[in-house]
Design a protein around this ligand. Structure first.
Ligand code: SF4
Length: 76
C-alpha cells in the first residue's frame, strides 16, 4: 500500500463537508474553531477528524458525523 502524499493545508473534503461549510453546527464549538483545529491545519489536523478518516476509507459518512469520535452534540 502506498502512503498518500498531502501538499495542501486545507482538507480536500471541505467542499462537501457540512461541518466545514457550516450547515452542521456543533454545540459550544464554532465552525471557525473546527476549521482551525482540523480542516486548515494540514495532515496533522485532518487525521484527527473522524469525518476525514471515513472519507479516506471510502465509507458512507453519516449526515450527523462530526470531527469528534463521540461526546459532541450537534445543533438541530
Ligand atoms: S477535516 Fe474533517 S471537518 Fe474538516 S473539512 Fe475535512 S472532513 Fe470536514
Amino acid at each position: 500500500m502506498t502512503e498518500k502524499k498531502y501538499y495542501k493545508t486545507s482538507c480536500a473534503h471541505n467542499k462537501n463537508c457540512p461541518v466545514y461549510q457550516g450547515s452542521l453546527v456543533l454545540e459550544e464549538i464554532s465552525t471557525s474553531l473546527i476549521r482551525n483545529v482540523f480542516c486548515n491545519r494540514g495532515v496533522r489536523g485532518w487525521k484527527n477528524c473522524e469525518r476525514f478518516k471515513m472519507a479516506e476509507e471510502g465509507v458512507d459518512i453519516p449526515d450527523t458525523a462530526t470531527p469528534y469520535s463521540n461526546g459532541v452534540k450537534i445543533m438541530v
